[in-house]
Design a protein around this ligand. Structure first.
Ligand SMILES: [Zn+2]
Length: 66
């Protein structure tokens, strides 16, 4: 039973790893993204930190508002 529990946990961690952003390659690994609130940002814009893709969509949204 204990072994099963361990195996389950390992699988979950592996899954999380895939979804996680690679913090070793980003410019601001400790800053949370202004859009998705996850760490590992690459860009600073408007006084906030962003992932490249999040900044792109944020800029697109700003454009749509004007
Ligand atoms: Zn983001």
């Amino acid at each position: 039973m204990g072994l099963n529990l361990f195996k389950k946990k390992e699988k979950t961690e592996e899954k999380n790893k895939v979804q996680e952003i690679d913090l070793t390659t980003c410019k601001y690994p400790t800053e949370n993204c202004a859009l998705c609130n996850k760490p590992g940002c690459d860009k600073k814009w408007g006084g906030q930190y962003w992932h490249k893709k999040c900044l792109r969509s944020a800029k697109g949204m700003a454009k749509g508002m004007i």
